[in-house]
Design a protein around this ligand. Structure first.
Ligand code: AMP
Ligand code: MG
Length: 318
């Protein structure tokens, strides 16, 4: 396996654009909440987006593995026959070619359970709750090479006029969602006492907002702007210098995060010159299958304020 270079990502950038088109179409005209196992919300767009991304991987990188949030089994259980016909038709429309339900099912499970050096980690709609509430969401694709996060693509339809971020070869880029020039982006150089721009989950069931507020005070971030936002755009905001800190403290003490909630975002921040660690300052371990090791804290920052946040967490016993 040779490491990916920028031109390798072209077909995937196109797939992220098409997945975003599909998500926007469903959000505008066909938005219905379904339930999957564990009473989690899901929509036909989650399945459509994953099918488009996995299809592109199957064509451009046929031997690679995929770890993705959705599955063909769930598709058949969570979605009615009429809804399945609808999403098959919409995926066909976006791809501009005939698509059958059998194609969708094949793409959804493509690359599963393969033990090969490169794995694509997909969250087809990260922030489904935000998607359903007409707030924000991200289409997140991370790449692991030998268990290390090495590249990523992230479609963010709700970030400004819509943007794509991607990272490859240790460089992070941003470009308009539709078409346009990619520009290299970097984390911000700000430190206190300058205004610290902090991003955190919108959902209080995903983030212990009071514990996070205590951490900011303890770390001495006195002048702050806090934004609550769904999906992994929060990592992209740190990567491109729109925020200095994304702190995530789960309300559940032994929470095991899914790797697809963090792989793409972590790759962006690292390639842009920032840091992403747990509460102890240890890099996130993406090599253990579907989940990260237990831990309620993720700190993504511009690097310059990272130590300050870790010390504050330690003093607070978080
Ligand atoms: P966000 O958009 O930042 O709220 O993050 C969305 C992700 O939070 C979802 O994809 C879930 O996998 C994840 N999530 C669900 N429950 C929890 C929890 N108790 N603690 C932390 N994250 C969670
Ligand atoms: Mg997610």
């Amino acid at each position: 396996m040779t490491s990916l270079v920028q031109s390798d990502l072209e077909p995937m950038l196109q797939a992220v654009r098409l997945a975003a088109q599909l998500c926007q179409e469903v959000q505008r005209h066909y938005l219905i909440e379904n339930q999957k196992e564990g009473h989690e919300p899901v929509t036909i767009a989650d399945y459509g987006s994953q099918a488009i991304l996995a299809r592109a991987i199957s064509l451009a990188f046929p031997d690679d593995a995929i770890i993705a949030e959705e599955s063909a089994t769930q598709f058949l259980q969570a979605v009615t026959e009429a809804q399945r016909a609808q999403i098959v038709r919409l995926v066909g429309q976006v791809l501009g070619e005939p698509v059958t339900e059998a194609d969708m099912i094949r793409w959804l499970d493509h690359g599963r359970n393969r033990n090969v050096p490169r794995t694509w980690v997909i969250d087809p709609i990260d922030g489904t709750i935000g998607f359903l509430a007409l707030r924000s969401y991200a289409i997140a694709v991370g790449v692991l090479e030998n268990g290390q996060v090495s590249a990523a693509l992230m479609g963010c339809p709700g970030y400004g006029a819509g943007r794509i971020f991607y990272a490859v070869g240790g460089v992070c880029y941003a470009m308009p969602l539709e078409q346009g020039q990619a520009m290299q982006v970097f984390v911000s150089q700000r430190v206190p006492p300058e205004t610290m721009r902090v991003v955190e989950s919108y959902e209080s069931s995903h983030a212990d907002h009071p514990a996070m507020a205590r951490t900011y005070v303890e770390a001495g971030l006195n002048v702050m702007e806090t934004v609550r936002w769904d999906g992994q755009d929060k990592y992209a905001m740190v990567a491109c210098g729109d925020a200095e800190l994304y702190l995530r403290i789960s309300p559940k003490p032994d929470y095991r995060a899914k790797i697809w909630d963090h792989a793409a975002g972590a790759a962006l921040v690292l390639a842009a010159g920032g840091m992403v660690t747990d509460a102890k300052g240890v890099a996130l371990d993406f090599s253990q299958g579907q989940t990260l090791p237990p831990g309620r804290v993720v700190v993504a920052s511009n690097g310059r304020i990272h130590e300050q946040i870790l010390h504050a967490l330690a003093r607070l016993g978080i």
